[in-house]
Design a protein around this ligand. Structure first.
Ligand code: GTP
Ligand code: MG
Ligand code: NA
Length: 464
């Protein structure tokens, strides 16, 4: 029987929103983790992915069964967390481009903010259906908490003063949304689900509204995804999210398997800085369910994985892999040739993007995602870049990066380019010493916009 062999695909849900609206905190509450507490400056600077198995979701959506029954048919949900900080629009675009559905988080206390609007535009452009999480309801006047309750039920227990406060803020947000041509309404009071986006009041601190949010996500994804719910035998769609060095595994890639099946002994082709990379999977890994892939922890080994899933691949020759690129299977000669052709056309686009010049600053970052964010900033400010690298900074990388600058007569050289911008990676001792001896400034930070600020300050110092 053909039906029985069908494997259902887990919907991919992307969380978007302005910085500090509570995206990561909401996920932490649901996972029982504290990823947000471990973030530098409390901001997310990478794309995350967490897989929630249906059993865990069932426990939550059960709480809405009376007023809003929903049933998850897929094996689970793959949830993509994105950064809200303005520096990372590349990662928001990447995250939202592979999702089936989105959760737009708005801070009830702040209303629509700059990246809320940016996210709304992204969703509109891609015609991605979404739900709005109106977060931080626990901060409304006189809120009475019932941990992890449905917010529909929590609302019934609030005072009249609380209701006034909430309604006032809610109405303002509805107006702001309408001004941007979006109709929205509380999900339990939605006049027309086809034209009004559902709103779910939530709290990442108390967990209230998480059952409702999951119920709405599940109801809408099964409504919108009907034909895309099955893992297709011949389809394969996998996007590289991050390139990372992991102790004991070497350089690995984090990827989102959007459709199809990947196997431990697959040959793969993906984009590298210097052309296509052809390699063979050494280990096919995932974080444990309900764990964030971007947090270093133990990984589960697999012989094969069906979509959708956040996966980690360990393989030789991944040092130059480019984040954001597609990964292709190359098990037969035909597959390999097709893959290389596809990668080459991507390659020509990336080459156009990273414009390296002879005289310019050097840039080193921990991941390609953050490297891209830095490069975007430098391009906007018209700051030329002569060299980019991912990973620790060695003496060699400084020599290569600043070759032209260092060759110049120190009195005549453009001192503002005798500079390495280093994000979230170690500087090896010989590199530090070499820089000092040669009048090279090394700027380091583990929050990307601090690095941007530091460079602006450095240029001012050079000019004085
Ligand atoms: P970025 O990833 O940097 O864009 O931020 P984010 O949207 O992931 O927000 P994050 O989870 O970092 O939360 C920002 C701050 O808001 C933290 O201090 C959280 O503790 C707080 N916060 C998040 N959700 C809630 C909530 O529902 N209620 C209250 N009172 N505080 C919250
Ligand atoms: Mg976050
Ligand atoms: Na934050």
């Amino acid at each position: 029987n053909k039906k029985q062999r069908e494997i259902l695909r887990s919907p991919i849900v992307c969380i978007l929103g302005h910085v500090d609206t509570g995206k990561t905190t909401l996920l932490d509450k649901l996972r029982g983790t504290n990823v947000q507490g471990g973030e530098a400056g409390g901001i997310t600077q990478q794309i995350g992915a967490t897989y929630f198995p249906s059993q865990n979701i069932a426990v939550e959506i059960e709480k809405c069964n009376q007023h809003y029954p929903a049933e998850l048919k897929a094996p689970g949900l793959l949830v993509i967390d994105t950064p809200g900080h303005e520096s990372f629009s590349n990662l928001r675009t990447r995250g939202s481009s592979l999702c089936d559905f989105a959760i737009l988080v708005i801070d009830l206390m702040h209303g629509l903010e700059q990246q809320t609007l940016e996210s709304l535009n992204l969703l509109k452009m891609r015609k991605t259906p979404f739900v709005i999480a109106l977060n931080k309801i626990d901060r409304t006047y006189d809120w009475k908490t019932e941990e992890f309750a449905s917010s529909y039920i929590s609302f019934k227990n609030q005072s009249k003063e609380n209701k006034n406060d909430f309604n006032h803020r809610y109405n303002q947000i509805i107006t702001q949304l309408a001004e941007n041509s979006f109709n929205a309404a509380l999900y339990w009071d939605n006049p027309d689900p086809k034209t009004y986006f559902p709103i779910v009041p939530t709290s990442g601190v108390t967990g209230e509204g998480i059952p409702d949010l999951l119920s709405v996500v599940i109801k809408y994804t099964s409504m919108y995804m009907k034909s895309r719910m099955v893992v297709k035998q011949d389809a394969f769609n996998c996007t590289v999210m991050e390139v990372k060095k992991i102790d004991g595994l070497g350089v690995t890639i984090d990827a989102i398997l959007v459709d199809g099946t990947i196997r431990q002994d697959d040959k793969i082709v993906l984009l590298g800085f210097n052309g296509p990379i052809k390699t063979k999977i050494r280990a096919l890994l995932t974080p444990y369910p309900m764990k964030e892939i971007r947090v270093k922890a133990e990984y589960e080994h697999h012989n094969f994985i069906h979509a959708s899933m956040g996966i980690k691949i360990s393989a030789p020759d991944l040092e130059e892999a480019v984040a954001g690129s597609q990964l292709y299977l190359a098990n037969t000669n035909d597959e390999e040739q097709t893959a290389i052709d596809l990668v080459m056309s991507d390659y020509n686009q990336v080459k156009k993007k990273v414009k390296l010049v002879n005289i310019g600053v050097g840039v080193a970052a921990s991941t390609l995602g953050s490297l891209e964010a830095l490069l975007d900033f430098l391009e906007k400010k018209k700051i030329p870049v002569s060299y980019v690298s991912v990973g620790p900074v060695s003496k060699d990388s400084i020599t290569k990066a600043l070759k032209s600058v260092l060759a110049d007569d120190p009195k005549k050289r453009k001192q503002e380019y005798a500079c390495m911008l280093v994000f979230d990676v170690k500087i090896l001792p010989d590199a530090q010493k070499y820089a000092e001896e040669n009048g090279v400034k090394i700027l380091t930070a583990n929050i990307i916009y601090h690095l941007q600020d530091q460079y602006v300050k450095y240029v001012q110092e050079c000019e004085e």
